[in-house]
Design a protein around this ligand. Structure first.
Ligand SMILES: CCc1ccncc1CNCCCCSC[C@H]1O[C@@H](n2ccc3c(N)ncnc32)[C@H](O)[C@@H]1O
Length: 697
C-alpha cells in the first residue's frame, strides 16, 4: 500500500507498526556496530584462511557474516534464515553485492536443514550470532547441538594426528562467559514491585505483594519469563553494584557434550559477598562472546556496546542487604533459558530464604484465592497471604504517586461542584448519584479514587478476574462499600459498546480516558472515544483528562540515528546493505528515556500541538511551529512528550522524574544542519493518533 500511495496515512501508520514487528530494531544497532562486524570478520577470515573451506551462516539476517566468509575465500558458503522477511532481504543484499550465485541461502530454521537436500555435505565452519541479551534466548544451545549432530564435520580430536581443518568442524563463536552483578536500581524496582504504600489517598496495602511477570520461580505458570532487558548505562537514576561482578557460567560451543549437559546440569549455587549496603533490586547479567582465542564481543554495561543486559528482578519483600552479608544465587538452565535466582541472604550464619515466604501468586483461580486472602484480612493478619501479578507497565503506573494524587485533586474538585449543583436543583433526599466511568486499559485504581461515600457510583472497565479481585480487596481495605464499585463490562454486551449511558435516561458525570501509551505514543482512536464520551456526559460533567499538549524539542542524537537506520556502507564492512534494511526504518522511536539518552538539545522545549478532549471543534490535524535554534548542530530528531491536563488546574507531564511514561521522537529523513539563532519550521500532522513532523529551515 505504501509503495502505491506513500502518503496514505492509514497505510503509513500501519506500516510503522508492521515494520517494527517484521524487522526487530536490533538489526540496525547490530549492523551499525562496526566493532562487532569487524571482530566477526577477523575471526571468520582467520578460520577460512586456516583451512575451513565450507561455511554455514546460521541466522544470517542480512547475510553479512556469510559475505565475510565468501570474501575470505571460502569455497562453499551456505546461509539459513528463519524469518521470511529477513530471508527475502538477504537475497536482495547478496545479489546487490554480487554474491547471489556464490552463497546458497535457504529460508529455513537450521534445525530443519537436511543433507544433501539443503547443503550437499557437512561443513567445516558454522558462524552464528543467534543470541539475545540473556545469551540463550534465541535458542543457540539447541541450534548448535543440532548443528554438531547433523550439519558440522566432527570436531578435531586430540588423539588422531592433527587432522586438517577442512576435515573437521568448528563454531564461531567458540564459546561464551556469562557474568552477573547484584544491583540496587530504583527504575527497575518501580517496574517490578509495588513501591507506593498509598496513591491518591488510597491505601494499597490491602492487596499485599504485587509482582511483575518476570520471575525466576520456574514453577509458576508459564506466563512468566525468566528475565527482562534494560540498557543499564541508560537507566534513569543509574544503578549501584552491591557485589563484585561474578562469573555465572562458562560454555564451550565446540563441545557438544558440554552443550547437551547444560540443561541437565545440576543447579549451581554461588555465594556473593555484599560489598555495598543497599536494596537488592535485581541481578544484572551480560556475557562475553569468544569468537575465537583473540576476538571477543562483550555486552557488559561498562562497555560502549549498544547491547542491553538481562535483568532478573528480585521479587521479594526481604531485600535489604548489608556489607558482610552473602547472597545465595542459583544458576540453572531449565528449558534452555538461563535462569538466575537470588535464593537467600546469609547474615551472621543465618539463612533467610527469599522465596519460600512469598505466597502463591494469585492468578490461577482468583475467586478461591480471594476468599482466603479476605479471610486473611478478617483475622487482621498484618499482611494478607496473597500476591498479585501485574504487567510491569501497570506496576510502574501504580507507583506513579504524583499522577494519582493529581487525579484525586481534580476529581474531588469536580465532585464538589457537582454536589453543590445537585443540592441547588434537587432536594437532599433523592440526590441523583454521580456516575463515574473509568475506561482505562489494563489495571487502574482511578475508579476507586473517584468514589466518595454516599454520592458516587463508580464503574471500572477492568475485565480480568484478578484485576477485579484486587479492586474489591482495595475497596474493602479502604472502607469503600463494595456496592459503590461496579464492573462496567458486565453491564455491556460487548467491549465495543463500553461507552454508553449508565442507565436509560442517565448520563455520566465523569469519564476517565487512558490517553498515552507507556511507550510514549497517543493511544489509537483517542479522539473518537473522546467525541463519543462527550455525548454521554451530563451538564457540568467532565472527561479526564480534558486536554493534552504535545511538547517537543530539536535534538542531535547519533544514538537515535544508529537505532533507526544503517549509516552507509562503512559500518557494514563496505558491503552494500543499508538501502535494503533501511526500507524498514520507522520515523517514530518510542520507549525512549530522554533524561538519559545521549543527545544534544538544539532548542528549548516548545508546544507542538494541543488536543482538546472536551471540545473537538478546537482540534486541528496540521500545525506549523517555528522553533529557534539555541545551539548549532545537526537536527536529527524531534523528541516529544505530553502535558496531560486533568482539568484547568491539575496537569502532569509524561517527561518528569516520577513519570512511568517513556518519551518518543520523530527521526528526520535527512538531518538538518542549523546554527544558533536560526529558525526551523516544523510542519506537524496528527492523523489517527500518529504524529509526523517535517522540519525545514
Ligand atoms: C552481541 C550480540 C547481541 C547481544 C545482545 N543482544 C543482541 C545481540 C545481537 N544479536 C541479535 C541477533 C538476535 C536474533 S538471531 C539473528 C537472526 O537469526 C535468525 N535465527 C535465529 C535462530 C535461527 C535458526 N536456528 N535458524 C535460522 N535462523 C535463525 C533470526 O530470525 C534473526 O534474523
Amino acid at each position: 500500500a505504501l509503495k502505491l500511495r506513500p502518503d496514505f496515512p492509514e497505510a503509513k501508520e500501519n506500516f510503522y507498526r508492521v515494520a517494527n514487528w517484521l524487522v526487530e530494531r536490533w538489526h540496525f544497532l547490530m549492523l551499525n556496530d562496526h566493532g562487532r562486524n569487524h571482530k566477526y570478520q577477523l575471526a571468520i577470515k582467520k578460520a577460512v584462511e586456516g583451512g575451513c573451506s565450507s561455511v554455514l551462516d546460521i541466522g544470517t539476517g542480512t547475510g553479512i557474516l556469510g559475505m565475510c566468509a565468501k570474501m575470505a575465500g571460502a569455497a562453499e558458503v551456505y546461509a539459513c534464515e528463519l524469518s521470511k522477511t529477513m530471508y527475502e532481504l538477504a537475497c536482495e543484499v547478496l545479489s546487490a553485492n554480487g554474491m547471489a550465485d556464490s552463497i546458497k541461502i535457504v529460508h529455513l530454521k537450521s534445525l530443519d536443514m537436511k543433507i544433501p537436500k539443503d547443503i550437499p555435505n557437512r561443513v567445516s565452519l558454522v558462524v552464528t550470532e543467534t543470541v539475545d541479551a540473556g545469551l540463550f534466548g534465541e535458542g543457540i544451545i539447541e541450534t548448535l547441538i543440532h548443528a554438531w549432530k547433523h550439519l558440522l564435520l566432527p570436531p578435531p580430536n586430540t588423539q588422531q594426528p592433527l587432522s586438517s581443518p577442512s576435515q573437521t568442524g568448528r563454531v564461531i563463536p567458540a564459546g561464551a562467559t556469562v557474568f552477573g552483578v547484584a544491583v540496587q536500581c530504583r527504575e527497575i524496582r518501580r517496574q517490578h514491585r509495588l513501591c507506593a504504600s498509598s496513591v491518591g489517598g488510597l491505601d494499597l496495602s490491602a492487596v499485599g505483594q504485587i509482582y511483575s511477570p518476570v520471575s525466576c520461580l520456574a514453577d509458576t505458570e508459564d506466563s512468566t519469563e525468566p528475565y527482562t532487558t534494560e540498557r543499564l548505562s541508560r537507566l534513569r537514576g543509574g544503578y549501584i553494584q552491591l557485589t563484585q561482578p561474578f562469573t555465572a557460567l562458562d560454555i564451550d560451543f565446540n563441545n557438544v557434550q558440554e552443550l547437551e549437559g547444560l540443561c541437565s546440569r545440576e543447579m549451581m549455587q554461588l555465594r556473593l559477598c555484599v560489598t555495598q549496603e543497599g536494596v537488592l533490586d535485581a541481578l544484572a547479567v551480560w556475557f562475553q562472546l569468544h569468537l575465537d582465542q583473540d576476538n571477543h564481543l562483550s555486552t557488559g554495561p561498562q562497555e560502549d556496546t549498544c547491547w542491553e543486559q538481562a535483568i532478573y528482578p528480585i521479587q521479594s519483600p526481604f531485600n535489604t542487604v548489608k556489607c558482610g552479608d552473602e547472597i545465595l544465587v542459583e544458576v540453572s538452565c531449565k528449558d534452555s533459558y538461563l535462569r538466575l535466582c537470588c535464593a537467600a541472604i546469609i547474615r551472621d550464619g543465618h539463612t533467610f530464604r527469599l522465596y519460600n515466604a512469598t505466597p502463591k501468586i494469585l492468578n490461577a483461580n482468583p475467586e478461591a484465592e480471594l476468599c482466603s486472602a479476605l479471610a486473611g484480612l478478617q483475622t487482621n493478619q498484618e499482611k494478607p497471604s496473597c500476591a498479585f501479578m501485574l504487567e510491569s507497565a501497570e506496576i510502574a503506573l501504580l507507583n506513579n504517586t504524583a499522577y494519582h494524587n493529581s487525579f484525586q485533586r481534580a476529581m474531588s474538585k469536580l465532585l464538589v461542584s457537582l454536589k453543590s449543583t445537585r443540592r441547588s436543583q434537587q432536594s437532599d433526599t433523592e440526590l441523583d448519584p454521580i456516575y463515574v466511568l473509568d475506561v482505562s486499559e489494563g489495571f487502574s485504581v482511578l475508579s476507586l479514587i473517584a468514589i466518595s461515600p454516599g454520592l458516587v457510583q463508580a464503574y471500572s472497565s477492568v475485565e480480568k478476574e484478578h484485576h477485579q479481585s484486587m479492586l474489591r480487596l482495595l475497596a474493602k481495605g479502604n472502607g469503600v462499600l463494595e456496592s459503590t464499585l461496579e464492573f462496567w463490562l458486565s453491564h455491556v454486551e460487548d467491549d465495543s459498546a463500553v461507552l454508553q449511558r449508565p442507565a436509560t435516561e442517565k448520563l455520566w458525570s465523569a469519564i476517565i480516558l487512558d490517553c498515552i501509551e507507556t511507550c510514549g505514543l497517543i493511544r489509537q482512536k483517542l479522539l473518537e472515544k473522546a467525541t463519543l464520551a462527550r455525548c454521554l456526559l451530563e451538564d457540568g460533567g467532565q472527561i479526564f483528562p480534558e486536554r493534552i499538549v504535545i511538547h517537543g524539542m530539536l535534538v542531535e542524537s547519533d544514538t537515535l540515528l544508529r537505532e533507526s537506520a544503517v549509516q552507509g556502507t562503512e559500518p557494514t564492512l563496505g558491503f552494500n546493505i543499508a538501502p535494503f534494511i533501511n526500507q524498514f526504518t520507522v520515523p517514530v522511536h518510542v520507549f525512549l528515556d530522554l533524561s538519559t539518552l545521549e543527545c544534544t538539545h538544539l532548542s528549548e522545549a516548545v508546544e507542538l500541538f494541543a488536543l482538546d478532549l472536551m471540545n473537538s471543534t478546537a482540534n486541528y490535524t496540521d500545525r506549523e511551529v517555528k522553533v529557534r535554534v539555541n545551539t548549532s548542530g545537526k537536527v536529527t530528531a524531534i523528541a516529544f512528550w505530553y502535558q496531560i491536563h486533568l482539568d484547568s488546574e491539575q496537569s502532569v507531564s509524561t517527561f518528569s522524574e516520577d513519570s512511568h511514561w517513556k518519551q518518543a521522537a520523530v527521526v528526520l529523513q535527512q538531518p538538518l544542519t542549523v546554527s544558533r539563532g536560526e529558525w526551523v519550521k516544523l510542519s506537524i500532522q496528527l492523523h489517527k493518533s500518529s504524529i509526523s513532523i517535517i522540519a525545514v529551515k
